[in-house]
Design a protein around this ligand. Sequence first.
Ligand SMILES: O=C(O)CCC(=O)C(=O)O
Length: 205
Amino acid sequence: MKFFHNAIERDDQIKIALSISRIIKLYPFYNPRIPGFNRPFKMKITNAGSWGWNSDKNGYGYIRKHPITKLSWPKIPDTLISLWRKYSGEKILPNSCLFNLYNFPDSKLGLHQDKDENNFSFPVLSISIGNSAIFKYGKTKKNLNEIVLDSGTIVLMGGASRLYYHGISKLIRNDKKDFFGSHIDCLPENSRICITMRKYEPNSD
Ligand SMILES: O=C(O)CCC(=O)C(=O)O
């Protein structure tokens, strides 16, 4: 697991937030549901790329279209692809980009491994924008580390850490309230967006 703190300058973070606010006009955030239990996650998602990650009562997986609007996912913004090129160490580009929206104070994401992609030789790269959050991670669920992810931090899970458990235990209040303010359409104040880029390989059968 590699952490690149302060990897994205504030103006570029705002550009990224603006590109997400354009995407969500046509591809709104929605609540994925926990398979089996059919309970909503405590965060919302939407996607870009050829494949979007989804979870519903039937299971986890990758889908081609937004489940509510039924539109094919939009292109991954170039600014995000540039960050993949700079930080992932991987020449092949991602074909999936998940946006998670966490609202203060209740949103969180339980410990999990990213293992719906079929080929784990490609890394997973995530970008934090907005409120800081507490990120827990480790090789097993019993031996966890904890780190604060501030806006502009990039996390790379590749090689030995590709299948590490990880999750968000808590959002931290942003008293400045100046980041996702009214100048960024559609994004609530005091929220956090995590952008996760991955390469999904559909099974050939
Ligand atoms: O919000 C984060 O930093 C982690 C996101 C994540 O683990 C996921 O979407 O699988």
